[in-house]
Ligand binder design. Structure first.
Ligand SMILES: Cc1cc2nc3c(=O)[nH]c(=O)nc-3n(C[C@H](O)[C@H](O)[C@H](O)COP(=O)(O)O)c2cc1C
Length: 153
C-alpha cells in the first residue's frame, strides 16, 4: 500500500506535523505500507497512491489554533467544502505554532494586534494517536482480525 501525506503551510509547523504523521503511519503499518510525505505544491499526480483521492481513502488535517486553551476553537472556514470535494473520511484540527522570528512584518503585525503569544502548541501524542486511527482503518482486514484466529498445527 502506498500512502501520500501532503501538507501546505507557511513556516514549517504544519510540515513537521505531516512528517510525524508519516513516521507514525510507517511504524503502525510496518511492512505493509510505503509512505511519502510531500509538499502539496509538489504533488502533480496521485495515481500511484492507495490513500489520497476521492476514489481512494482520504483524511484531512489542519494546524492552526494556538494558546491555552487553543484558539480559534471553530473549524477552518472551508473545511466542510473540502470534505465534500475530497470525500474525506475525517478531518482533525491540531494546535499549531507561532514563532515571531519566522514571520514576515505583516504577519507579525497581525498576531500582535490579535495579542497572540509566541509558542509551540503542537500536540505530538495527539498527532500520533490520529495517525494510529488512520493506520487502523487502512490495515488489511486480515491483519486487523488476526488475533484469535491463528491456528497452529
Ligand atoms: C498572520 C497569522 C494569522 C493566523 N491566523 C490563524 C487563524 O485564523 N486560524 C488559526 O487557526 N491559526 C491561525 N494562525 C496560526 C497558524 O496557523 C499556526 O501558527 C500554524 O501552526 C502555522 O503553521 P505553519 O508553520 O505550517 O505555517 C495564524 C498565524 C499567523 C502568523
Amino acid at each position: 500500500m502506498k500512502i501520500l501525506v501532503a501538507a501546505a503551510g507557511r513556516h514549517g509547523g504544519t510540515w513537521e506535523i505531516a512528517e510525524e504523521i508519516g513516521r507514525a503511519l510507517v511504524s503502525e503499518l510496518r511492512g505493509s505500507a510505503v509512505v511519502r510525505v510531500a509538499r502539496a505544491e509538489d504533488v502533480t499526480t496521485v495515481e500511484e497512491f492507495d490513500a489520497v483521492l476521492r476514489t481512494m481513502k482520504v483524511w484531512l488535517f489542519s494546524s492552526g489554533p494556538v494558546g491555552t486553551p487553543p484558539k480559534p476553537a471553530e473549524d477552518p472556514v472551508d473545511v466542510t467544502r473540502l470534505m465534500t470535494l475530497s470525500g474525506a473520511r475525517g478531518h482533525v484540527v491540531f494546535p499549531g505554532r507561532i514563532d515571531r522570528s519566522l514571520l514576515r512584518f505583516g504577519e507579525r503585525a497581525v498576531v500582535t494586534a490579535l495579542r497572540v503569544e509566541d509558542g509551540d502548541y503542537r500536540d505530538w501524542p495527539a498527532v500520533r494517536a490520529w495517525a494510529g486511527e488512520v493506520a487502523a482503518a487502512l490495515k488489511p482486514a486480515r491483519t486487523r482480525e488476526v488475533s484469535g484466529h491463528v491456528e497452529r498445527g
